[in-house]
Design a binder for this molecule. Sequence first.
Ligand code: SAM
Length: 246
Amino acid sequence: MTSLPEAHCLPTHIELWQETMNWQPTDRQQLQLQSLYSEVITANQQLNLTRITQPEEFWEKHLWDSLRGVGDLINDPAALQVIDIGTGVGFPGLPLAIARPDWQLTLVDSTAKKVGFIESIAPELGLTNVRPIVSRIEELGQNRSHRHQSDLALIRAVAATNICAEYALPLVKVGGTAILYRGNWTEEEATSLELAAAKLGGEISKIDRFTTPISQSIRHCIWLHKITDTHPYYPRAIGMPTQKPL
Ligand code: SAM
């Protein structure tokens, strides 16, 4: 692990983990989370990866937010095949790989620099359950090795809601779930997303509203249940989901 000044030590917040998620990191997981923070801060000096650098803010906005997004699944015994779409430097995927070593996580982003960072730090963190991939998600969604393969697709801070649905649902197997991490949420978005999800073989199954434990910020995680295989037409060609959102 890279050594850093004390100012870059993460808070543990064991009670907050327990109160808010009925989960807490083991000593090993706590060290891995600290290593993740240290690696991001060190790399950030050259690569400009994230604006969230202060320990408390990093804990809440990158670590807690990533894990809380999957709700009760964090304590579910099932070992899941998970894909994190537009993962950036690994959020929410890396905290989940640490919290759930029995899950297999594919972390996808179109920016090689960010995926290269994940590739370089995964061994440092002792993670053998992550598979970083450089790709546009529109291409991966049409790739047989990835289409309809995941139990769970996660997408945080990538695009507007209906675009996220077109990126995520083609990758999910029937019976699986896509979770869209959002901040605010409106009835109009819900109505529009319901129509888009139906075109993609899914439906809204849950709207999980919560506040973050330190800054009390509003979050919504929108759960889409996959009902039928997605029509081969989706996802459309690169750029189409953003140019003409469903
Ligand atoms: N999910 C991370 C987080 O919450 O910290 C990163 C969010 S960052 C604002 C959005 C990321 O999505 C960028 O790294 C970008 O390269 C990626 N991205 C956007 N559109 C994409 C696409 N069509 N295919 C693959 N990656 C995409």
